[in-house]
Design a protein around this ligand. Structure first.
Ligand SMILES: Nc1nc(=O)c2c([nH]1)NC[C@@H]1CN(c3ccc(C(=O)N[C@@H](CCC(=O)O)C(=O)O)cc3)CN21
Ligand SMILES: CC(C)C(=O)C(=O)O
Ligand SMILES: [Mg+2]
Length: 288
């Protein structure tokens, strides 16, 4: 059966527009994401790095928030995700947890904080949960990290496995490239199955052909999340500054821009500066 015929996820129009209500869970937990897949419903994930944006996304009904190591690029101004540290991730994670009432909050294990050993991964995962209050972690890698995932899960740290294009391995992969084309689709499926067998409650795929992602979703019992992975994954994720048009420059093909925050902010700040220069602000209404 082809992925086109399968149409595994079919939220009704009414369901798709539904805001969180009394009938939806007060707190999204990992089993609610499993339930979404079982019932053929899609869910959303969005990155968040601070309290107020986390509040807005949570109020809009976004089911899961990702404290991505993409904070390295989108908050700290680094060229890649590689330099961000565990201590820095904890600051962002705490901020997001403070703003999220309902959403499941997931944090990325940053580059260098889990690869060396199973022990290092558990120490890092436990520290993130203890110090920031996140509900789950995500790590980049497939079958090679199955033992890490098994140990984290056993320690009470729910894990999302991230496969396909894994930005922390940009230099090993030879740049920002689609993964899992042609024969490589089989390896992608095997990585996903190994992560699931090790206890991952979800598998995220970045920049893989839609047909390959559909095969992975079909092969797995656990839900999947896609970014540049087509429409047959259980959930979708985007970086919020991409979704809302805050970031300058050419956007990856997988981004759909839903707002133009950069010009909204630019125009507002320009008006403020002009009012300060002219003396129009502050007026008596804004003075004591
Ligand atoms: N703002 C932002 N958005 C992201 O999606 C993101 C980050 N930052 N930082 C960490 C990683 C890096 N990611 C990226 C960034 C750029 C492309 C990109 O330019 N892709 C091109 C080339 C694809 C190809 O040639 O195969 C594209 O057109 O999609 C992909 C993934 C995803 N993550
Ligand atoms: C792009 C998403 C999946 C991510 O890992 C991040 O934002 O760090
Ligand atoms: Mg990441």
């Amino acid at each position: 059966m082809s992925s086109e015929q399968r149409a595994p996820y079919a939220n009704s129009a009414a369901e798709a527009d539904e805001a969180p209500s009394a009938t939806t869970p007060a707190k999204i937990r990992t089993h609610h994401l499993a339930q979404a897949k079982a019932e053929g419903r899609r869910f959303s994930m969005l990155t968040a790095y601070d309290t107020l944006m986390a509040e807005v996304f949570d109020e809009a009904g976004v089911e899961t928030l990702l404290v991505g190591d993409s904070a390295a690029n989108n908050v700290m101004g680094h060229a890649t995700t590689l330099p961000i540290t565990l201590d820095e991730m904890i600051v962002f994670a705490k901020s997001v947890v403070s703003g999220a009432k309902r959403a499941l909050v997931v944090v990325d294990l940053p580059f260098g904080s889990y690869e060396a050993s199973v022990e290092q991964a558990v120490t890092t995962g436990v520290r993130l949960m203890k110090e920031s209050g996140v509900h789950a972690v995500k790590l980049e890698g497939g079958a090679y990290y199955a033992d890490h995932v098994r140990a984290l899960t056993a320690a009470g740290v729910p894990v999302i496995g991230h496969i396909g294009f894994t930005p922390q391995s940009e230099h090993a992969l030879g740049g920002y490239r689609v993964q899992g084309r042609g024969d490589a689709a089989q390896a992608l499926i095997e990585d996903a199955l190994a992560l699931e067998a090790a206890g991952a409650f979800c598998v995220l795929m970045e920049m893989v052909p839609a047909a390959a992602a559909a095969r992975v979703d079909e092969a797995l019992s656990v839900p999947t999340i896609g970014i540049g992975a087509g429409n047959a994954t259980t959930g979708q994720v985007l970086v919020w500054q991409d979704l809302l048009g805050l970031r300058r420059g050419r956007l990856p093909r997988f981004v759909k821009q839903y707002a133009d925050l950069r010009s909204v902010v630019h125009d507002a700040v320009t008006a403020y500066r002009s009012d300060v220069a002219s003396g129009a602000f502050p007026d008596t209404e804004h003075s004591f």
